[in-house]
Design a protein around this ligand. Structure first.
Ligand code: PEP
Ligand code: MG
Length: 548
């Protein structure tokens, strides 16, 4: 069978037998019941009991926070108000299936209207309804299968609740037919270190079929040969050994240091990042702390959050990004929800300049947190597009007591202007996720344009080179903090283009560290030149592979 192409997440390779996630059930129709109301009620009661027992049993097995989630779901299934509503609908002539479908949907709508924590439970209720209906129909329940042995999970896509509950001892790898490199599944897989290939299109994989999931090569191989299985097992073992190798500072084969930093969204992941060898933080996404806040956070609340993060990195560099609100990360207190095209609207530094008091508060909180700790704080602004914005932001940051102020290069104009921008900014950090989105005019969240979103595209690489050159001309440091830095070979290319530090999800540090050690600075420059000359992303990748 030919290999199935998709987008690999991370550099792992795994093998095992497929267990497919059952697709969602078709909604039951409103045909009148042919059974008596008592028969319908008895069938529903039995299905509800079975589902509650199954959820409780899964909770027992999972333990921890998963148990709480599953026990809460089991309680929902047996909620007496819901039962009354189901009975009333059956008495009015509905089938058990239709009564469950409608009653749960109405209850979910009520929860959604309440918003907040209860609103978020609406999705759980839909999941319970699907389980009960599946039971009534005698078909497998949708959701993560439990074949009773480790397996490769194949799904259309994973809901956040599914991914949160994945049992990492059982799931060897994940393959999804939908989703792009920045989909929820991809982000979670990367965070948890799960081998995954996403966006494969209609993958014809059957339960029990043996596959190799090769994230490094963006491939799934069905029915592999013994030779392919052996080669994959060897690579998996080598990768495990590399991950267990002693952690050394990031450096090329000739000793050129390339500090490897962590991307973090809260202080919670700090200890793990340090354990994995992060030499500091290259991107602290502060907006993640306030995604559900309706009001701008106080200086005091921010100071405390930042202090916690900085305390974990005493003596190290921590690059903090001021709030990047808008488009994929709206903040209710900062984002104009009425914009028709928020990716091109008043987002990032534009939103902060418009509401300067919020920016002033954040910079003040950061300066105070820095004074309380020994971390070396660098601050940067997202979505900088002009020299004027650079001058505005760096002047304000310094006025409020921060000594190192830089910019993110995520908009092509700022790459084109890098030499001028870096006359003012103390440093630049290239956000390749957005830089690729804006260079290629391809929404980073949209699977249908995923083929245009590769940071390997020579158009993006040429812009990155301009930033590297702009840094060299001004003697200012340039880093990368987008997902591109987590791709080991691309990391080498980035260094060859003039990038000096790389920041990534901590789970990617070991692979990048290992790859850098294979190349000198001269090698990296040569590999980068080969990639730059290519006509498209695939060409750049294979040119770099050949040159390496
Ligand atoms: C980027 O755009 O590459 C980046 C690092 O910022 P974010 O992913 O948070 O938009
Ligand atoms: Mg960005």
């Amino acid at each position: 069978m030919p290999a199935i192409h998709g987008t690999g997440v991370g550099q792992g390779v795994a093998q095992g037998s497929v267990a497919r996630m059952a697709d969602g059930l078709a909604a039951p129709d409103d045909a009148p019941s042919t059974r008596t109301p008592d028969e319908e009620k008895a069938a529903v009661a039995e299905a509800v009991q079975a589902v509650a027992a199954e959820l409780n049993a899964r909770g027992e097995r999972a333990g921890g926070s998963a148990r709480d989630v599953l026990e809460a779901q089991a309680m929902m299934a047996e909620d007496p108000t819901l039962e009354e509503t189901v009975h009333a609908k059956i008495d009015a002539g509905a089938t058990g299936e239709y009564a469950v479908h409608r009653a749960f949907a109405e209850f979910a709508e009520q929860l959604q209207a309440l918003g907040g924590y209860l609103g978020e439970r609406a999705a759980d209720l839909a999941d319970v309804a699907q389980r009960v209906i599946a039971h009534l129909r005698g078909v497998p329940a949708p959701g993560v299968p439990e074949p009773g042995h480790p397996f490769v999970l194949v799904a259309t896509d994973l809901a956040p609740a599914d991914t949160a509950l994945l049992d990492l001892d059982q799931v060897l790898a994940v393959v999804t037919t939908e989703g792009g490199p920045t989909s929820h599944t991809a982000i979670l897989a990367r965070e948890k270190g799960i081998v995954a290939v996403v966006g494969t299109g209609s993958a014809e994989l059957a339960d029990g079929q043996t596959v190799i999931v090769d994230a490094a090569q963006d491939l799934v191989i069905a029915d592999p040969t013994d030779e392919q299985l052996r080669e994959a097992a060897e690579r998996a073992a080598a990768r495990k050994a590399a991950a267990a190798a002693p952690i050394t500072p990031g450096a090329l084969a000739d000793g050129t240091p390339v500090p490897l930093l962590a991307n973090l969204g809260s202080a919670d992941g700090a200890a793990e990042a340090v354990a994995l060898g992060a030499e500091g933080v290259g991107l602290f996404r502060t907006e993640f702390l306030f995604l559900s806040s309706d009001e701008a956070p106080s200086v005091e609340a921010q100071q405390e959050s930042y202090r916690r993060m900085l305390a974990a990195f005493a003596g190290k560099k921590v690059v903090v990004r001021v709030l990047d609100a808008g488009a994929d990360k709206p903040l209710p207190f900062l984002t104009d929800a009425a914009e028709e095209n928020p990716a091109l609207g008043r987002r990032g530094i534009r939103a902060l300049a418009h509401r300067e008091s919020i920016l002033r508060d954040q910079l003040t909180a950061l300066a105070r947190a820095e004074a309380e700790t020994d971390a070396d704080v660098w601050v940067m602004a997202p979505m900088i597009a002009t020299v004027d914005e650079t001058e505005y932001f760096t002047a304000l940051a310094k006025e409020l007591g921060l000594k190192t102020a830089g910019v993110m290069v995520e908009v092509p104009s700022s790459a084109l202007l890098a030499e001028e921008i870096l006359k003012t900014a103390d440093f630049a950090s290239i956000g390749t996720n957005d830089l690729v989105q804006y260079t290629m005019a391809a929404d980073r969240l949209l699977g249908s344009v995923a083929h245009l979103q590769s940071p390997w595209h020579p158009a993006a690489l040429r812009l990155i080179k301009m930033v590297g050159d702009g840094g060299a001309a001004n003697g200012k440091p340039v880093g990368v903090c987008g997902e591109a830095a987590a791709d080991p070979l691309l990391a080498v290319v980035l260094v060859g283009l003039g990038v000096q530090t790389l920041s990534m999800s901590p789970s990617a540090l070991a692979d990048v560290r290992a790859e850098l050690k294979n190349h000198t600075l001269d090698d990296a420059k040569r590999i980068a030149q080969a990639a730059l000359r290519a006509a498209n992303a695939d060409g750049a990748k294979s040119a770099a592979r050949d040159a390496a």
